[in-house]
Design a protein around this ligand. Structure first.
Ligand code: ATP
Length: 314
């Protein structure tokens, strides 16, 4: 379990992490989301004892990480896969790390097999691709068989098979009762991997809830409606307070009205509807909704519609 209480980090004038408190529970995958510059990496570095808090504290299983006798056995972290520039082979790199914690070489071979690095274990890390470097970083994180795993952008650079492997690995680690905390900007992947989310914006926590609750509470639910009279139905539903878009011939997407309202409006006006499908907002939509005021580095769309599903008069 990771517990942050009043955790704060200032760099001169800039408060990168501003009085945040949260708990990352064991037994589930917790995702850590936020726009660029929100304070994710700074928070993770403070958890790992790589940066000292300006105020507040963060503990791992009840103690600051530095107080644990064998930190590698307590927490495994992948914070910056690119940080490994070594002329050692992958095997020797892991072996050197293992030696600092009296971890046997059999465990080194085990994590090499687990991470699919068997065929390149005797190659120099310097020549590794981004994906191989990422796998090596994950192997290093798992070396001490830690109770807590912290990964910053673990699927960055991995091919689709690698992405699925990381997803399954993290879910398995959580199901064994471990604490898994990961950041990623890939919303679709986060939606498939995490059980719980902590969202940070401009150094402050803006959401801390199960992923389903975050999707339900943010982003707009819509209904896809098929009808033979789409224009007429659009007019009526707009009049009833809905936001309506015709997305293909005979297909409308409606937000702001529930399926009962839509059915009633159609029936009262004798318009045949032959399909109604409630569509849940995606995590990406929910996330964009949640963080729309928190983005430090705002980009501007040149097409006029930047957020999928946000058109139609919301
Ligand atoms: N060593 C440092 N010195 C000064 N400012 C820093 C330092 N490290 C981070 N910052 C600033 O603190 C803020 C938070 O940065 P951080 O890297 O934690 O964000 P992040 O959420 O991890 O962003 P990203 O998604 O882009 O990786 C940013 O404004 C960043 O510029």
């Amino acid at each position: 379990m990771i517990e942050a209480r009043g955790l704060t980090k200032a760099y001169g004038e800039k408060t990168a992490v501003d009085n945040v408190s949260f708990t990352v529970e064991a037994g589930r995958v917790t995702g850590f989301l936020g726009p660029n510059g929100a304070g994710k990496s700074t928070t993770m570095r403070m958890i790992m004892g790589l940066d000292a808090p300006t105020a507040g504290s963060v503990t791992v299983n009840g103690e600051p990480l530095a107080k644990h006798a064998a930190p590698l056995r307590e927490v495994g972290a992948l914070l910056d896969a690119k940080a490994v520039h070594t002329s050692r082979t992958a095997y020797n790199h892991l072996l050197a790390m293992a030696a600092t914690h009296s971890i046997p070489s059999s465990r080194v071979r085990e994590v090499i097999e687990m991470t699919g690095l068997g065929s390149v274990a005797k190659k120099r890390v310097k020549g590794f691709s981004l994906g191989m470097g990422q796998r090596l970083g994950i192997a290093a994180a798992l070396l001490g068989d830690p109770q807590t795993i912290i990964l910053d952008e673990p699927v960055n650079g991995l091919d689709p098979e690698g992405v699925i492997w990381v997803r399954d690995l993290l879910k398995n680690l959580a199901s064994e009762g471990r604490t898994v905390f990961l950041s990623s900007h890939l919303m679709s992947e986060m939606a498939l991997t995490a059980d719980h989310l902590i969202v940070i914006g401009r150094g402050r926590i803006i959401a801390d809830a199960p992923i389903a609750a975050i999707i339900k509470g943010n982003g707009q639910a819509r209904t896809r409606v098929r009808s033979e009279q789409p224009e007429r139905l659009m007019q009526l539903l707009t009049g009833a307070g809905g936001a309506v878009e015709i997305i293909e011939p005979e297909v409308l997407e409606v937000s702001g009205l529930d399926t009962r309202d839509i059915a009633r409006t159609a029936a009262e006006n004798q318009i045949m509807v032959y399909e109604m499908v409630p569509l849940q907002a995606s995590l990406e939509e929910a996330y964009l909704d949640l963080t729309k005021d928190e983005v430090e580095y705002q980009s501007h769309s040149t097409t006029g519609t930047s957020v999928p599903g946000k058109t139609g008069g919301n």
